[in-house]
Write a protein that binds this ligand. Sequence first.
Ligand SMILES: Nc1ncnc2c1ncn2[C@@H]1O[C@H](COP(=O)(O)OP(=O)(O)OP(=O)(O)O)[C@@H](O)[C@H]1O
Length: 692
Amino acid sequence: MKIETIRSFMTPVEESLTREHTLHEAIVYMNKYKLNTLPVVNSANKLIGVFTRSILYQMLLSQESMDTPIGKYIKKDIGTISEHTTVEQLEDDIAVSEVGTGFVINDEGIPIGLISKSEAVKSFLQKTRILKEQLETILQNSNLGAFMADDAQRIIFINDKLEKMIGVDERTILYKKLLDVFPDWTIPIGQNEVHFQKKIGSQTFMIRLSKYNMTNGKQGFIALFQNISELENMAQELATIKTLKSLLQTVIEHSYDGLVMINEAGKITFTSPSLLELFDLHQNQVAEFPIDEIFPHFELMKVLKTGVAEISDFMEIKGINYIVHRIPVYQDEQIIGAIGKIVYRQLHEVRETFKRYERKEMGETSTRKTPESSRFSFDEIISKDPQMEKLFKSGMKAAKGKTTILIRGESGTGKELFAHAIHSSSNRKNAPFITVNCAAIPEDLLESEFFGYEEGAFTGAKHKGKIGKFDLANGGTLFLDEIGDMSLQLQAKLLRVLQEREFYRVGGTERITVDIRIIAATNRGLEEMVEKGEFREDLFYRLNVISFEIPPLRKRKGDILLLTESFIEGLNKQNGTSITGWDPLAEQALLQHDWPGNVRELRNVCERAMVFADNGMIHVEDLPDYLLKKIGFILLLEDNKTELEKPLLERAEEMAIRVALKKADGNKSEACKLLGISRSVLYDKLKKYEVF
Ligand SMILES: Nc1ncnc2c1ncn2[C@@H]1O[C@H](COP(=O)(O)OP(=O)(O)OP(=O)(O)O)[C@@H](O)[C@H]1O
């Protein structure tokens, strides 16, 4: 800051008079410098007096000639000001001095300038005005609200900011007493300033009220207002965020899903405990590590690059199925990281819920009980067996007509499946497919189950009449499963319906005509039953117009692994597991078993083994004991004492012999070939292991 000196107030002296200067010369000087007072110096240039305009008038009145030296007339009693006088001293001096003009002299007493009282006052006023303007500009442009009060505590200034801050008009508070405007304030008495917080309207202010010295020597007040509502809001927001953070942390920690977050550099910033648990990792093994180093399979970096979320992507890691959501995190349109969410538990439930939801979306009608319509087509019957493929072709052809079909085969070979497929290939595919298990319904109910009954056909008010399966199947297919288990009496009634295509309800008199295709199935030897008189011959011929014999699984072993593949796939989906297959030994066991329960048994074995499977693979020990025992595998696995006493090698050898014999259908030379041993060695071993 520029320091102001007395020089900025004075008019510089360029020339001085001496006592010897004449009146004429003095007048010329006055005119030249437009001054009313001129300095008079001695030979050493020191100020010795002044020549003023009134001296000039006096000399003229005294009719002095123009050549008269001025020395006699000069005024010697003069006020001088040292060039070192400060502006403040000057202000004080001028305030009390009666002299209108003063000379500024240097240290040698030489006059260097002249200060007139009125000029100085003008300058001071100007300066004060500038200062005032500067102060007001500062206050007006400050972010702080401000007012000033005088020593009587009257408000004498208020800045625009404060007007806005507290919502008042300057005119309503100017010149009012501070405590009248702010009655709850405390005025500082002992100390120079006080700080306090006040709420005005909806805003909170931090106020600093200080004393200041006024020119009259008394003390006024200056108040500065800072709106801290924003700060308060921020503090509140911070507190809310902190609460939210701990809430989220708790939720995340207890969430079943695995969560991982990365920053824009792809480094892991957060992992949920469930994810760590799943991968058997510790926080310090993952934090700050590049995601691709720890969880490359999540492919989170992809999202950082594309910025596009990927929802519900399926993936499999170590035999476990996951749904992965990859979500980019944006801030101000910039990607600042990504979140990977891994759902891996209760996938099965999720799928079921989803299916239920889908069904609901499609409307009630489509959710009607599936048994009433066909569920399978030929495409869904799994087989690569040539015999089966022939059956499929014939089945598809037979489906076109209306002829009754008989499906034969051992239990669990897929007869019902076949019946469904025929229906699905027929032009009745959109009509009902009704199944009656003739073996499962009590004899006395079978008739009403078939034909229904009229209201009141039975005693008791409850019976309101019932529609029978024949009615239900009208226009579609009636599948009579286990037809060999039907009573002779009912067989007669069935025959009549098949012949006449009409029937009576139990207790009814009305003849009901129906259009149905009958597909019957049985695992029993109907011919034998006919011979024994257990099955009506005429019905047998009526049913046996087109007949299909489904071969047992043991006769189409090529289908075994094909079927298990499909079962595993289906069960994986259903249970949320990820089993990939069988180990070679288990595969061998499957192929060697006879499968008396056929495909149904295979499916059950598969389902059971998948429960015990580890690391996505089914091992031989996951197969049921009865199966292993039957094919000799159990020797290796059994842990009963006597067996354990045998060395493992011997047990393996015995098992190999049994398996080979089984595979060779008891043919010893074939078994020798399979075992790679001679006939005599085989006989020795058979003796040793008591295999007969
Ligand atoms: N070729 C196949 N492909 C897929 N699944 C099959 C196949 N054959 C049978 N299955 C399945 O095996 C199980 C038994 O089949 P299904 O009920 O059709 O046999 P079935 O011969 O009618 O048995 P039962 O004589 O005991 O009534 C069902 O779960 C069926 O889905």
